[in-house]
Design a protein around this ligand. Structure first.
Ligand code: RIB
Length: 309
């Protein structure tokens, strides 16, 4: 294979409006924040930028509004060498945004996303995606665009022998038919609990939850467990791949960094535990920096961290 895997990312682009404060407000409370900035985000675009910085050739398929944020989101992707020819401009919607509140002590975040143009992705984008997917090594999807469109793309990839990685969003329900269109699913602990009703606290609960996904028809489950690493399960094998110790500044986009590194290594033919090791390293570096796309690590940074450990 070409040294640079070709990755199609079919998903969301958001402008992130980020407020940091010493703590997060309680219900009905007004508190003073310490900083505010706007920075490009959206799980799809984050994964595309990460894939580019980590040595892949990503192509982004999605929709933005005909507004300033839309222009800024596309131009940032171009500056990061992400293919943007398949991003459409919707004249009737605003670009997606996400209000992100960050606790500056713990680095944890709370996010409210308003989908805008992202949710207008439809058959038009799906046809474009199919064409790109058939020339790709891997597809990445995230459910921040309509579920049926994302899963139709995934089904197309599976039928054509191309790996498809779903990073789910826990407020979007999945039914029996949906699971049959999923190849690899990479929920975090909260998302895995939402889908399986099993609280993920350790390897044993992660294994139980993974079994459910496998029974429902998913081929490979990877549960992201933050600093503890990630648990994986396929019908043949399972196990925990330990994470890396790091200082946490901002957890936004850490899961996206994980997914991009994992996708690249899987595309290169690495084993699942090996690909997760790269994912864990990418996630650890991302949480030590501020922002989403701007915090995505390069392949050099990942290799440095791996060689130190
Ligand atoms: O995964 C982080 C992303 O989730 C943010 O960039 C935000 O836009 C939301 O989509």
């Amino acid at each position: 294979m070409d040294q640079k895997p070709k990755i199609s990312v079919f998903g969301s682009l958001n402008m992130d409006l980020v407020v940091k404060s010493l703590r997060l407000p309680k219900n009905g409370e007004t508190i003073r924040g310490d900083s505010f900035n706007t920075t490009p985000g959206g799980k799809g675009a984050n994964q595309a930028v990460a894939a580019s910085k980590m040595g892949a050739n990503p192509e982004m398929i999605g929709r933005v509004g005909d507004d300033l944020f839309g222009k800024q989101l596309i131009s940032y992707l171009i500056s990061q060498n992400v293919g943007t020819d398949s991003i459409n401009i919707d004249p009737d919607s605003h670009s997606g945004i996400a209000i992100i509140n960050i606790d500056s002590i713990s680095g944890e975040n709370r996010i409210i996303g308003v989908s805008g143009a992202n949710m207008k992705c439809g058959e038009f984008e799906l046809e474009i995606a199919k064409n790109l997917i058939s020339q790709s090594d891997c597809l990445m999807i995230q459910l921040e665009i309509p579920k049926q469109i994302s899963l139709a793309a995934s089904q197309f990839a599976i039928t054509h022998g191309i790996r498809s990685i779903l990073d789910p969003v826990f407020t979007i329900e999945l039914d029996n038919m949906d699971y049959k269109k999923i190849d690899i699913i990479t929920p975090n602990q909260t998302e895995a609990e939402f889908y399986t009703s099993i609280k993920i606290v350790d390897t044993s609960s992660a294994e139980k939850a993974s079994k459910k996904f496998l029974e429902w028809g998913v081929n490979l489950v990877v549960i992201k467990m933050g600093k503890d690493g990630a648990f994986f399960a396929s019908p043949q094998e399972n196990g925990l791949v330990k994470g890396f110790k790091t200082s946490v500044l901002d957890t936004t986009g850490a899961g996206d960094a994980f997914n991009a590194a994992f996708a690249i290594e899987i595309s290169r033919g690495s084993s699942v535990p090996e690909a997760i090791k790269f994912g864990n390293a990418a996630g650890a570096i991302a949480v030590s920096k501020e922002g989403a796309q701007e915090a995505m690590p390069s392949s050099k940074e990942i290799i440095q961290l791996l060689s130190k450990n």
